[in-house]
Design a protein around this ligand. Sequence first.
Ligand code: G1P
Length: 297
Amino acid sequence: MTRHVRTAIFPVAGLGTRFLPATKATPKELLPVLDTPLIQYAVDEAREAGIERMIFVSHPSKKAIERHVMEDARLTRELKARGKADIAEALSDAALCPVEDDARFVVQPEPKGLGHAVLCAKDHVLDGPVAVILPDDLILGQVGCLSEMAAAYASGEIGHLVATMEVPEDRVHKYGVLSVTGKDGAIIKADGMVEKPKAQDAPSRQAVVGRYILDASIFDALETQKPGAGGEIQLTDAIARGATDLGLGGFQFSGTRFDCGSKAGMLEATLELAAQDPECLEVLRARGLLQTRLVAA
Ligand code: G1P
């Protein structure tokens, strides 16, 4: 059986209530960090990992996501006609081509949770394990998080691999948290996972962030998954059910993760990238806001 990951699912149907009013008319996945929308970082990461098919599980009110990720031939022509060939080229390189790339847009009719969103992609996936990318979690580093995970997945035997990081005790209630049994290099072995536990009930401080590589049987598990935390169909619960039979691992990625689902995380990510941009760097210096640590060279 193949351990090669060919499909990536992007659950992007959420209403983005934490960012209102910014997200009243603009999908949260299109909010930019500096000049690049979150969804673009996610698509770039999937491309780098060699993903063949991208499935966006979206909502009819969020058509702008499709407009952003797909090539816009008219805009490209217009820019070229105005002598802006370099911008046209950059845009078209970043976009997915309707002929050469394999992108699908699926509707999640009701907000029934992350597990339900992933299930909506079931009929569109290619053979083998599937990746799930939550664009809210921006992970910056020398190597894309999904590339690292795909390499670890391909050479291992674990069925479900999730990206994890240690978080302080007072933050575990915001995450899926692993029940840790051991460690094998960059992989934390686990025999279960709990969605948003109270600090006193959390099995560990190893929190799941938005990158998953899941055995294809996840869809069968999701079909029968009962609602969990918040009354939603939780991906965490379906993963946990397969932990014993398939094996569950937490992957400790090398990059830095920014919680761009929150204002503070968005600001942090913006400062991080601003420090790498000569024009913005001047502003940071002038305001005494220069960061000493840079993620990417
Ligand atoms: C989702 C998952 C949670 C995970 C988190 C990472 O929660 O349900 O298990 O830890 O993403 O960002 P959300 O932040 O969408 O509530």
